[in-house]
Design a binder for this molecule. Structure first.
Ligand code: HEC
Length: 120
């Protein structure tokens, strides 16, 4: 819970690294965004269609909104299948090695927000 508050309520955090964020978003072991989203530069056969394409999302949403999408996705759709990347509890059937951990650390969320902001 502490992680969620930190990640979502401190807009003055140091800026993220967009290149690291791209790697996280495209990764099939870290961000896993491509399970559900198309991303520019990722071949369509490897991209998910459960969520909207993220092409141009940096022009549609502000950095604060992008961050909120990652930290509290249920604010936008209470039934969403998108996980909170900042929450560290409340998930079902978590492997014991990952229990109590958020999907991404605060710095990684900053990096992904910085990357998404470049998608215009
Ligand atoms: C399990 C599927 C799933 C995963 C994994 C997922 N998302 Fe999503 N995402 C969705 C869905 C579905 C939506 C549409 C809104 C809703 O229903 O929550 C969405 C919406 C969004 C939006 C808002 C897009 C818009 O145009 O309004 C952003 C930004 C976003 N996701 C970013 C990400 C990023 C970045 C990652 C990886 C760190 C990610 N998502 C991982 C399913 C997912």
């Amino acid at each position: 819970m502490v992680v969620m508050v930190l990640a979502s309520s401190l807009p003055a955090r140091a800026a993220g690294d967009a290149e690291r964020g791209r790697a996280i978003a495209e990764s099939r072991t870290q961000g896993l965004c491509v399970l559900c989203h198309a991303l520019p530069g990722v071949p369509a056969v490897q991209a998910g269609t459960i969520g909207p394409s993220l092409a141009g999302v940096g022009a549609r949403l502000s950095a604060d909104d992008l961050r909120a999408r990652l930290t509290t996705p249920e604010r936008f759709n209470p039934q969403t299948v998108m996980p909170s990347y900042a929450r560290s509890d409340g998930f079902a059937r978590v492997a014991s090695a990952r229990r109590g951990q958020a999907l991404l650390q605060a710095q990684q969320i900053d990096d992904v927000v910085a990357y998404l902001a470049t998608l215009r």
